[in-house]
Write a protein that binds this ligand. Structure first.
Ligand code: IVH
Length: 723
């Protein structure tokens, strides 16, 4: 095939595919089978493979052509993308009409009413009929260039259909709204829920999140669509002079336009149109939250003009969120990942804004009190653009005579509904919380505690990072942190889909290095980090001082003796109690009590703690921790035993630490030195063996140099440790 033959065939095929795309995606009247369409498409692909020059950006094969980008380029709008003033009452609509009429006293005005689509505003620039740039609204002056993402929306023409009546403008900007259909949104959320991903709260957020994706291949999988209701910059003559003509022109050129528009000549007609739209808008495939009222005549629009933010010739009328009345059957309490207890209303199922509702959020105790919501009440529920509806009030006239005020703590009987532990109201917030960090619902708290300073000191993984790691199931439990890679962690989205904020590779590498260091953190920190009930920092240190490994603590004869000593004393089994006391004294775990008689001893770790530790390691959770630590090759050692094992590499050596070390805190370096039998002191003298100096080391470094003490940096120190 010659190039010119290929060109002709390419033109034919592309035109045919465009025609079928339009029939299928814009007009919803497909004319061929999927197989026939695929045949045409593959012939086009093959042809472009053979003749690369035919692969132009507006070819039907180039819808998902772009490579992922690092960030979007900015796009300055040639004509600003303004917003609309909102009104919430018909009276305000009437005064808007009066206002405009006053500015155009002798004109017989024509108005249009059309749906206000709940999506994202975009601007498409066509140059000589081909889609050149697609951008978001941004701040109205400058948006993001999201051309590759917009090209994936099949109903957006990559090339304008030649208009039947007038020539194409050389530049034409078309403005409209990208949305996700209700149906597409439901399906997408169901798929996301099934694969453990965060679900979107409403179709608008879902569309916004999708358009912000940096990889057009992901955008292509999202059920996005778009419709167009206006124009921006236009370079060309003989273009329409009325809004309704423009809409007809755009439709002709291949765009989806509003489902229905009303042309009105009076206030009353206009109000009637707003009401008529309200009756049918729930049948649209996309969500709408209002009616947009626009002056039809474009030259008159220019006479009326603009404020800084919005045109004076248009206004949005917002419909009140739909409400429904239904019976509140029950209130249950949900336990969140951080331990917060949230009340959930269980409702008699009711149909509202297109779906059946049987649950709604009640926010917290104070909200229930403020609205005086009681079980058995007929409640008013509202869906304000969110998937989860809210209870906004009570129909007092329908309150059953026996309905009692809802007693939040009483309902809980003081106990967490998941684990049965005591609950407490957070004095700073309106939330009740379950106190038990081991409550199965509270994974975030466990991860956070584990990473805290004084525990495993992986602080970059605390707070929001911990919560997202749990939510996204990357580290649902603390020990899962040891399976994270910098690659996976770097991609973690700390925001939501709508406003993504990734953790980033650099932060991830730092965090993974901190996790790696935690592997060899001393036993005391581990015992503290596991949040064993009753084991605070001091107790953890005590336990570590008398045990070498975690397995030893788990099955500790000393702890058993502490319990035996107290139990037997209670049972008046003097021999057993004395024997236990003696063993504890021999081990140095107890001292003779001064206040009690000869046999009396005191231990820092009492029977309550001893029992709690042994019970923890005997519990399913504790056994799992031990098993997983073994699997992950985690064998924390007490400093004493680490020093013993390494043969006291630094024994007899004195270190002074100064300045900021590149990868570890001074505290961590100190722990290592001590673990290897060395000593850390605070001032440099001729007895100092090493000064470990980091950045911005001050007088200690000077002194070391003047005394001729050996100064080492972190790299050298680590080499010494590894020796
Ligand atoms: S006209 C200068 N028409 O509503 C006037 N906007 O609140 C520009 N919107 O940013 C807007 N449906 O994203 C217009 N039929 C419609 C609309 C519509 C939805 C959005 C648009 C705009 C926002 C203003």
């Amino acid at each position: 095939m010659t190039l010119s033959q290929a060109k002709t065939r390419h033109e034919e095929l592309a035109a045919e595919i465009r025609r079928h795309d339009d029939l299928y995606y814009v007009q919803a009247r497909p004319a061929i089978t999927d197989q026939d369409y695929d045949r045409l498409y593959h012939e086009l692909l093959d042809l472009e493979e053979q003749f690369k020059e035919l692969r132009t950006p507006d070819s039907p094969t180039q819808r998902v052509g772009g490579e992922p980008v690092k960030s979007f380029r900015s796009e300055k709008h040639r004509v600003p993308m303004l917003s609309l003033d909102n009104t919430y009452s018909q009276a305000e609509v009437r005064s808007f009409i009066t206002r405009v009429q006053k500015l155009l006293p002798h004109q017989q005005l024509t108005w249009t009413v059309e749906p206000k689509v709940d999506g994202l505003a975009v601007n498409l620039r066509y140059e000589n009929g081909a889609l050149a740039v697609g951008a978001t609204r941004g701040d109205g002056t400058t948006g993001d260039n999201i051309t590759s993402n917009l090209k994936t929306i099949r109903s957006i023409p990559l090339r304008l259909h030649p208009p039947s009546r007038r020539p194409l403008p050389a530049v034409l900007e078309v403005r409209g709204e990208v949305y996700m259909t209700r149906e597409g949104f439901k399906k997408l959320n169901a798929e996301r829920a099934a694969s453990g991903l965060e679900v979107f709260s409403n179709p608008r957020n879902s569309a916004a999140g999708s358009l912000k994706q940096l990889d057009p291949r992901i955008v292509a999988t999202r059920p996005l669509d778009a419709l167009f209701y206006g124009i921006g910059a236009v370079d060309g003559d003989h273009v329409p002079q009325c809004h309704d003509d423009w809409l007809a022109w755009l439709k002709d050129a291949g765009f989806k336009t509003p489902e229905k528009i009303w042309i009105c000549h009076s206030e009353d007609e206009l109000i009637a149109a707003i009401d008529a739209l309200d009756k049918i808008r729930h049948n649209f495939r996309y969500e709408t939250d209002g009616a947009v009222i626009k002056l039809n005549d474009l030259p008159l629009r220019e006479q009326v003009g603009y404020t800084a933010k919005a045109p004076r010739w248009a206004i949005a009328y917002k419909y009140a969120p739909e409400q429904a009345h239904t019976r509140l059957n029950e209130i249950t309490i949900r336990v969140g990942r951080t331990g917060a207890l949230t009340p959930v209303a269980h409702l008699e199922p009711v149909f509202l804004s297109g779906s059946t509702i049987s649950r709604a959020t009640l926010h917290n105790e104070d909200e229930i009190k403020r609205k005086d919501i009681r079980i058995g009440d007929t409640v008013i529920i509202e869906k304000a653009g969110e998937v989860i509806p809210a209870v906004v009030g009570v129909v007092m006239s329908q309150r059953p005579p026996n309905a009692e005020p809802f007693d939040f703590p009483g309902h809980l009987a003081g106990k967490c509904p998941v684990c049965g532990s005591p609950v407490r109201r957070d004095p700073q917030f309106s939330a009740w919380r379950c106190e038990n960090i081991h409550c199965p619902a509270q994974a975030t708290r466990r991860v956070e505690f584990f990473t805290a300073r004084g525990a495993l000191d992986i602080e970059s993984v605390g707070g929001i990072v911990a919560d997202k790691l749990v939510e996204r199931k990357l580290a649902p439990e603390p020990l899962d942190l040891f399976k994270l890679t910098a690659e996976k962690l770097g991609e973690l989205n700390l925001g939501d889909e709508e406003s993504p904020r990734v953790f980033g590779r650099k932060n991830a590498e730092k965090a993974v290095a901190a996790i790696e260091r935690a592997r060899t953190a001393p036993l005391g920190r581990w015992l503290f980090g596991l949040a064993i009930p009753e084991v605070g920092k001091t107790t953890a240190g005590q336990l570590a001082a008398f045990h070498d490994t975690i397995e030893e603590v788990a099955d500790s004869p000393l702890l058993k003796d502490v319990i035996a000593y107290h139990d037997k004393k209670k049972d008046k089994d003097k021999d057993e109690s004395d024997a236990a006391a003696q063993r504890l004294l021999d081990a140095g775990f107890a001292a003779r009590s001064k206040s009690e008689k000869e046999t009396g001893i005191v231990t820092e770790v009492g029977p309550v703690v001893a029992r709690s530790v042994l019970e923890y390691f005997a519990s399913h959770e504790g056994r799992e921790v031990l098993r997983r630590m073994k699997d992950l090759d985690l064998h924390p050692q007490s400093q004493k035993s680490a020093a013993k094992k390494s043969g006291g590499l630094f024994s007899g050596k004195t270190f002074v630490l100064t300045g900021t070390l590149p990868s570890m805190t001074r505290e961590e370096a100190g722990s290592r030195i001590e673990a290897l039998g060395g000593k850390v002191t605070s001032s440099v003298s001729k007895n100092t063996d090493f000064v470990l100096a980091g950045a911005e080391a001050g007088s200690k470094l000077d002194k070391a140099q003047s005394l001729g003490v050996r100064v080492i940096d972190e790299a050298e120190f680590l080499k010494m440790c590894a020796a």
